[in-house]
Design a protein around this ligand. Structure first.
Ligand SMILES: C[S@@+](CC[C@H](N)C(=O)[O-])C[C@H]1O[C@@H](n2cnc3c(N)ncnc32)[C@H](O)[C@@H]1O
Length: 281
């Protein structure tokens, strides 16, 4: 039997120039061999690998461009291990930034210990809702999605975390309007990739197109801004993740649908305009 170190070297050689990362190999080995963490993988590199056939078939999948998160069936988001499937977007680092920024910005307007009503529109795996509810246990958090299979995954993730988060299926704000809900905070990372050509092949081929692509005729940004007054009882904060190329479009939506508000765009850590916060008085 080959050792763990030998199998890593073999996989790196096969994957040279094909985007196979050592960190992904370690994540697979950690899971297959039952190690605690990636450090453990290093420490056992001279031991025989127990699950060579499984590892090699996973390496084939990596070579075909499948994201490691889908091979593992889980992704990490702000310290939470979340189930992911072909029906959900793999949560991204930028969305972790969105949650962090929202956690900083919300207390400008409210005492964050209040029972604020916060809705995550297009919740996917439930990542944003789970991270916010964990950080602000007093908040009344709910998540919505148009996709029933995605909501099944969110339900499982919320159950695993033991959190109380209500889920609703429907288009943009429609479930909140239906339920007569009034919100303080609406957060959304809606589909915003401008065209399939802009997505990497691994994204295009393995993640649901309903979670990815922006449609100028039918999109969550417009629906939220159009209907937000129907769920606004007092001041309301909107927090969006965006594509930088949508700035003019979003400026247009704000002037068309909103009044008495202040807005702020923020960059992500890579220097791209990635977030829009709108405070409606
Ligand atoms: C970019 S993914 C974000 C998933 C998750 N919130 C995250 O940040 O990882 C967009 C999500 O919005 C959902 N979605 C797309 N159109 C929608 C609509 N009209 N109303 C509600 N959800 C929608 C998709 O099913 C998908 O789960």
């Amino acid at each position: 039997m080959p050792t763990i170190g030998e199998e890593i070297s073999r996989a790196l050689l096969l994957g040279k120039g094909k985007g196979v990362l050592a960190v992904d190999l370690r994540l697979l080995i950690r899971s297959n061999e039952g190690f605690k963490d990636q450090m453990d993988v290093f420490l056992h590199r001279d031991e025989e690998m127990k699950n060579v056939a499984i590892f090699r078939s996973q390496v084939e999948r990596l070579l075909a461009g499948e994201p490691v998160e889908l091979i593992l069936g889980e992704a990490e988001f702000l310290g939470h291990r979340l189930k992911v499937t072909r029906d959900t977007l793999i949560p991204r680092g930028e969305t972790e930034e969105l949650v962090a920024l929202l956690s900083q910005i919300a207390p400008r307007y409210w005492d964050a210990r209040n029972f604020l009503v916060c809705c995550d529109i297009g919740t996917g795996t439930g990542a944003i809702a789970i991270a916010l509810k964990s950080q602000f246990p007093n908040w009344v958090v709910s998540g919505t999605d148009i996709s029933a299979p995605a909501l099944e995954v969110a339900k499982e993730n919320i159950g695993r975390e033991g959190l109380s988060i209500r889920l609703f299926q429907g288009d943009a704000l429609e479930p909140l309007i239906r339920e007569n809900m009034a919100a303080d905070i609406i957060v959304s990372n809606p589909p915003y990739v401008l065209s399939p050509g802009e997505a990497q092949p691994s994204v295009r081929d393995y993640e649901p197109s309903s979670a990815l692509y922006f449609d100028p005729e039918d999109n969550v940004y417009e629906k939220i801004m159009r209907d937000v007054c129907k769920v606004k009882k007092g001041p309301l904060l909107l927090a969006f993740e965006i594509d930088p190329g949508l700035k003019d479009y979003l400026d247009g939506l704000m002037s068309r649908y909103l009044s008495d508000y202040e807005s702020e765009y923020k960059e992500d850590l890579n220097g791209f305009l990635r977030f829009l916060f709108i405070y409606m008085r």
